[in-house]
Design a protein around this ligand. Structure first.
Ligand code: ATP
Ligand code: MG
Length: 446
């Protein structure tokens, strides 16, 4: 993309409405624009990151054997009356009436709808196990929408639902989700710690939230610092392997890590004192096993091996895709702007032309752009007639992990400059080598 043809409305001033750094930087980097409280347009740069996160979530869900689909945002109230949640959900539920006076709602989550799909089409235990998921906009009329996309009213969420014959099978589905979530967050360059949580309105005894540690997080968390040393890495996973998934769950959830909702001071005090940590965290996902709560209320049964109708065991599993954009920025920025992890960056690298209009510099930038593109990479080329200082400031603000700087002086010696956004370190090298270096970095991510 050439910046002269793009739409990147960066702000010079700090927007006064932003209380936390991710909100401020998303506004300043031209990623989002608020349309009303807690509702945002995703401008091209923000949309690009959102799509990258969505793709990672899809890839990891499909890898785990879960099946993508898409359910609507608007749901009939009658389904929610069946589960009892139409009244129980309270003011967060946006209730709507259509022209025929039918009660509808904008879905805050989809347990009822997916259970209805299930009961309409699945009749036998032989069709199990089954896990369906979608990534769709949700609406919750939050009392205090704030912090930009972190606590919006409209937000983008992956929600998945497993249907299993037995509790044991459903707990394997739970573990599979935990493992796939660990992989998902790591690919986004994040450490998200599974913590024992509270069932809330969805209910259930088995539930973990995934928290990214950050001072601006809304949850208070208590943990054994040893959990921060755990690393998923690129291990081979067989998602059908019950013992392997169970072992990973144990590895990542045995050490003390809880939110204030489930915090147990006595258990916490068993952690050696030097490892006891109290901090704040951003909830970026949650998994639940809730048994037969919805299947019994809504008649979602299958014919079991004994021929008798059996309510299925279910769980639901959510990832806050739009909140993650903010969470990643909270975890990765400096005073100049965003620092995107390579796995989610909107563009793979920036190209800064120090002397736009100089034939040689223009030709060198065009050649770099063509070579990078030919390798399947997406550069963002600042081809505007602007001062170098302004171009650098924009690149630092939008946070692409790598920048190639091209100027007549370097070109005389046959070199360009390759700069890491994270370390600030620069290296001079011939243009083709800079291209190869960037290609290698991204190839290593897989
Ligand atoms: P919270 O406690 O932050 O209100 P929740 O526990 O009600 O969230 P879940 O029902 O677990 O949310 O939804 C799954 C994920 O969706 C959450 O882990 C979070 O990342 C995201 N999410 C929930 N509410 C919002 C919101 N208002 N804005 C953005 N993302 C949200
Ligand atoms: Mg939650």
């Amino acid at each position: 993309m050439r910046l002269s043809r793009y739409f990147l409305p960066v702000l010079k001033e700090n927007p006064s409405e932003a209380q936390i750094v991710s909100h401020r930087l998303m506004l300043r980097a031209g990623m989002i624009k608020q349309s009303s409280a807690g509702i945002y347009s995703w401008l091209p740069m923000g949309f690009k990151v959102l799509r990258k996160l969505e793709n990672i979530v899809h890839e990891e869900q499909v890898r785990a054997g879960h099946i993508p689909m898409l359910m609507p945002t608007i749901q009939p109230a009658d389904l929610w009356r069946e589960s009892g949640r139409y009244d129980a959900y309270g003011d967060e539920l946006l209730r709507i009436r259509d022209r025929h006076d039918r009660d509808m709602l904008y879905g805050p989550t989809n347990e009822e709808m997916v259970t209805d799909i299930f009961r309409s089409h699945v009749g036998s235990y032989k069709d199990l196990p089954l896990t369906l998921y979608h990534i769709q906009w949700k609406f919750r009329d939050e009392r205090r929408p704030r912090f930009g996309v972190m606590r919006g009213r409209e937000f983008f969420m992956k929600d998945g639902y497993n249907f299993d014959l037995t509790k044991e099978d459903a707990l394997h589905a739970y573990n599979r989700h935990l493992v796939s979530y660990l992989r998902t967050y790591e690919r986004m360059g994040l450490q998200a710690i599974p913590m024992r949580a509270d069932g809330g309105p969805i209910g259930g005894d088995y539930t973990h939230e995934f928290l990214v540690l950050a001072e601006t997080g809304e949850s208070e968390v208590f943990y054994d610092s040893a959990v921060t040393d755990l690393n998923f890495g690129d291990r081979e996973i067989d998602y059908d392997d019950v013992a392997q998934c169970q072992a990973i769950l144990e590895e990542f959830t045995t050490k003390y890590a809880r939110t204030d909702e489930t915090h147990d001071e006595a258990k916490f005090n068993d952690v050696p004192e030097e490892r006891r940590r109290t901090a704040r965290g951003i909830e970026v996902g949650q998994i639940f096993y809730f048994g037969t709560k919805y299947s019994e209320a809504m008649g979602a049964t299958v014919q079991g091996p004994d021929g008798k109708p059996t309510p299925v065991h279910m769980g639901s599993h959510g990832i806050g895709v739009s909140r993650l954009v903010g969470a990643i920025i909270e975890a990765s920025h400096d005073d100049k702007g965003i620092i995107w992890p390579e796995g989610v960056t909107p563009y793979h690298c920036g190209i800064v032309n120090l002397k736009q209009g100089d034939d040689e510099a223009d030709a060198a930038c065009d050649a770099l752009y063509a070579s990078l593109t030919a390798l399947g990479l997406e550069p963002l080329y600042d081809d505007r007639k602007e001062r170098a200082g302004g171009k650098f400031a924009t690149m630092d603000l939008i946070g692409l992990p790598w920048r190639i700087t091209v100027g007549p002086r370097g070109l005389k010696n046959g070199v360009v400059e390759l700069t890491s956004r994270r370390t600030g370190e620069s290296e001079e090298l011939p243009p083709q080598q800079a291209v190869e270096r960037i290609a290698q970095i991204y190839a290593a991510l897989g």
